[in-house]
Design a protein around this ligand. Structure first.
Ligand SMILES: NC(=O)C1=CN([C@@H]2O[C@H](COP(=O)(O)OP(=O)(O)OC[C@H]3O[C@@H](n4cnc5c(N)ncnc54)[C@H](OP(=O)(O)O)[C@@H]3O)[C@@H](O)[C@H]2O)C=CC1
Ligand SMILES: CC(=O)[C@H](N)C(=O)O
Length: 246
């Protein structure tokens, strides 16, 4: 398979829908071998079936479970080869007003968006350092740069991802590893459907009417970061709908 990422091996979480699925398709088109991870097995397999002519493996995984994530990376390495790139797309977003105390949704956000990313980074980092190469890309958000009302916990989780990535980048400089965050504004996916706090949704979750991003627009940013020359690190990409700047 030819392409700018030929023979590169990528693990993509959140691969069963939205941005993660688009990232898998874009990486496969560039020739990468892809390990797809998320919890919904059927959706994962249907994304895998749509990948064009590359080797892939679909591994049902809950990123909040460290053992499952370690198993994912072992499967990827056994079936595809040493992992060159991790793309963290798995995430949840709940519109909640702090005073409405949606504590389960707060906890879920921390579990998936913060601990899930830590579990995935922890599972690939040792191998990348040993091999002297690797790229960790995390789908953060424009909410990782600026807090949105109704999204205090979500924004905080994305600030966590930004802080983690900065620290990782500083500590791994000189080891051959690159660390990128992609910070999308609104993207046309099912992410909004998760909120149960009607008041928060009503106040802050209504679409502006502007044309938002497609998942493929975000996937293109991931491919851009992954296809730079060896000495070039694209550390952050802010990509927003033209008519919704924050
Ligand atoms: N849509 C938007 O406007 C924006 C989205 N983002 C970020 O993009 C990322 C992807 O979201 P998006 O594509 O929009 O939404 P989707 O809801 O389409 O995708 C979320 C993905 O995360 C997976 N996921 C959720 N929980 C877990 C878990 N515990 N373990 C493994 N996988 C999990 C889901 O798979 P499954 O349910 O099968 O486990 C799904 O594949 C998120 O991190 C989000 O914060 C950032 C900015 C804007
Ligand atoms: C703050 C936002 O709504 C952002 N578009 C996101 O979904 O992360």
């Amino acid at each position: 398979m030819s392409g700018r990422l030929a023979e590169r091996i990528a693990v993509v979480t959140g691969a069963s829908s939205g941005i993660g699925a688009a990232v898998c398709r874009a990486l496969a088109r560039e020739g990468a071998r892809v390990a797809l991870a998320a919890r919904r097995e059927e959706a994962l397999r249907s994304v895998e079936e749509g990948l064009e002519g590359t080797k892939s493996v679909a591994v049902p995984t809950d990123v909040t479970d460290r053992e499952q994530v370690e198993r994912l990376v072992r499967r990827a390495e056994d079936e595809l080869g040493p992992v060159d790139a991790l793309v963290n797309c798995a995430g949840v977003m709940y519109y909640t007003l702090m005073r409405n105390l949606r504590t389960e949704e707060w906890e879920r956000t921390v579990e998936v968006n913060c601990k899930g990313v830590l579990n995935c980074v922890g599972a690939v980092l040792g191998g990348m350092v040993e091999r002297g190469r690797g790229h960790i890309v995390t789908i953060s958000s424009d909410a990782g740069r600026k807090v949105f009302p109704g999204l205090a916990v979500y924004s905080a989780s994305k600030f966590f991802v930004e802080g983690l990535s900065q620290g990782l980048r500083l500590e791994t400089a000189g080891t051959g590893i690159k660390v990128t965050t992609v910070q999308p504004g609104n993207v046309d996916t099912g992410l909004l459907g998760m909120s149960s706090d009607r008041e928060a949704l009503e106040r802050y979750g209504k679409p502006s009417g502007a044309r938002v991003l497609d998942p493929e627009d975000v996937a293109a940013s991931v491919v851009h970061a992954l296809t730079q020359p060896e000495h070039v690190a694209v550390n952050e990409i802010l990509v927003e709908p033209r008519d919704e700047p924050v």
